[in-house]
Write a protein that binds this ligand. Structure first.
Ligand SMILES: Cc1cc2nc3c(=O)[nH]c(=O)nc-3n(C[C@H](O)[C@H](O)[C@H](O)COP(=O)(O)OP(=O)(O)OC[C@H]3O[C@@H](n4cnc5c(N)ncnc54)[C@H](O)[C@@H]3O)c2cc1C
Ligand code: SF4
Length: 453
């Protein structure tokens, strides 16, 4: 249970950000990792609470065995801690970098919560360094074949578990690289792309087959014993004004980082306005600053969230409070102020400018119009479900959210067709996509067993 007096003696300490001035010069990782001593000390703060909310439905969607691996880490038993972590977490090198750490917001220590995300990252990276993470192939093959469409976190987690259960798994991906939004979406400084490639190579060595540059067609339902659609939900919410969608911009930025070429859409020397004050908008701000934009601004329709939890949003719920993320911190560093402007939207676009207007609720307040310089308008206004074309081709119904979730809440759409991840739930989080991909794999496994009888 960690050190009895650990949390009283040792303060919470996260992996620090690299200095903003330095990190704005490159697309390298945002944080500098702390070493073994710091991570063991941080793990010692875990008190193995009677009710560990970090593992509950308020906390980690994978129900990671957090108190158990923190205790092993505190005792310097890293290899056993990693084994315990890998019992539930398929890819801690992703969640250890990009998870918003729902577990930490649900920790009994509240603002002084454990640093589970950093501890998790330390364990898996130590495992890779010391060669503890090796290809693990199932001892026995079932002879059943499953196709997973889409190689984002849901598809990867689903394929990984099905493969471990002995099925022959093929992942079909339309993009030129595997990873879904892990590859083309989440920027390189949050998740360096060699980390994604490393996992794909490992899965290949374990027997999972990846077919890239390929659009999945419904005929695969006849070829495979089961098909799992994990195509994501990145249909963007459109605006009345014309602009570049955030995921297209971020994809171009990642392609440029990978190839060393100039990005096909660049913010260099341009006045950038991002519509949408959320996490995707923040990624656009951080990327535009790295590309050398002249200025960047983020417009948000809603009012600024409160600094502290409101009574209707108690612990251990996710705190709906104001967060200033890395991109906004970098904009403060570079421009001297928070780039976010609240209760404001864009009314129209003019050459080299936009006209903004303040909002009350969703209504424009006349007389508050303002002209601002804008050479690149990025739309990060949220997502409205998955692609209708894939749903139509596979004969899968879409619900009101534009997603493939059957009314009974299962993963099975019909016959041997299943869905998982954002395509089933709507745009969410990597950790939720991983959990949903694993849940789908278990349902497919049960279906294949019943089908064999
Ligand atoms: C810009 C951005 C930043 C984000 N940052 C974070 C973050 O920091 N932390 C976090 O937890 N979450 C983050 N998210 C959310 C997270 O990335 C998603 O919830 C998660 O990736 C969903 O996983 P998925 O596997 O369901 O779908 P996706 O990752 O969207 O992958 C779907 C894949 O399916 C492929 N595909 C689709 N249709 C077909 C077809 N017909 N044939 C073949 N292939 C097909 C697509 O090419 C894609 O590769 C972010 C999202 C965005 C947009
Ligand atoms: S995956 Fe996320 S929620 Fe789960 S233990 Fe890791 S950081 Fe916490």
């Amino acid at each position: 249970m960690g050190k009895v007096t650990g949390f009283m003696e040792i303060a919470r300490s996260e992996n620090p950000y690299r200095d903003a001035a330095a990190r704005l010069n490159d697309f390298g990782a945002l944080h500098s990792p702390q070493g073994a001593e710091a991570r063991r000390a941080q793990a010692s703060r875990c008190m193995n609470c009677g009710v560990p909310f970090c593992q509950s439905e308020f906390g980690c969607p994978l129900h990671n065995l957090i108190p158990e691996w923190n205790d092993l880490l505190y005792r310097g038993r890293e290899r056993e801690a990693l084994e315990r972590l890998l019992m539930t977490a398929p890819f801690p090198e992703f969640t250890g970098r990009v998870c918003p750490a729902l577990c930490e917001k649900a920790c009994n220590l509240e603002k002084d919560a454990l640093t589970n995300r950093d501890n998790e990252l330390y364990l898996i990276e130590t495992g890779f360094e010391r060669d503890w993470v090796r290809p693990r192939s199932p001892g026995r093959r079932t002879g059943r074949r499953v196709a997973v469409v889409g190689s984002g976190p849901a598809g990867l987690a689903c394929a990984d578990l099905l493969n471990r259960l002995g099925h022959a798994v093929s992942v079909i991906e339309r993009a030129d690289r595997a990873g879904g939004l892990l590859m083309y979406g989440i920027p390189s400084m949050k998740l360096p792309k060699p980390i994604v490639e490393r996992r794909i190579r490992l899965m290949e060595a374990e027997g999972v087959r990846f077919t890239l540059n390929t659009e999945a067609s419904p005929e695969i339902m006849d070829v495979y014993d089961a098909v799992v659609l994990c195509g994501g939900a990145k249909k963007p919410r459109s605006l009345k004004v014309e602009g570049v969608y955030a995921v297209d911009y971020l994809t171009a930025a990642t392609r440029a980082v990978l190839s060393g070429d100039e990005p096909v859409i660049t913010a260099r020397d341009r006045h950038v306005v991002v519509v949408g004050g959320g996490d995707t908008g923040n990624d656009c701000v951080g990327t535009a600053l790295r590309q050398g934009c002249a200025s960047v601004l983020q417009l948000e329709m809603m009012p600024a969230p409160p600094a502290e939890r409101l009574p209707g949003n108690p612990w251990p719920e996710w705190p709906r409070t104001l967060r200033t993320d890395y991109g906004q911190l970098e904009a403060i560093h570079r421009q001297g102020g928070d780039p976010r402007v609240y209760e404001t939207t864009v009314k129209r676009r003019l050459p080299g400018q936009i006209e903004t207007v303040k909002l009350r609720g969703f209504d424009p307040i006349s007389g508050t119009e303002q002209l601002l310089p804008c050479d690149l308008l990025l739309i990060a206004a949220g997502f409205v479900g998955c692609e209708e074309a894939t749903a139509e081709r596979f004969g899968a119904a879409l619900n009101q959210k534009g997603c493939m979730m059957p009314e009974n809440g299962s993963h099975r759409l019909r016959d041997n067709l299943f869905s998982a991840g954002d395509m089933r739930t709507g745009q969410s989080l990597v950790v939720r996509a991983l959990a949903d991909g694993r849940a789908a794999a278990l349902e497919v496994d049960s279906y294949l067993k019943e089908d064999a009888q």
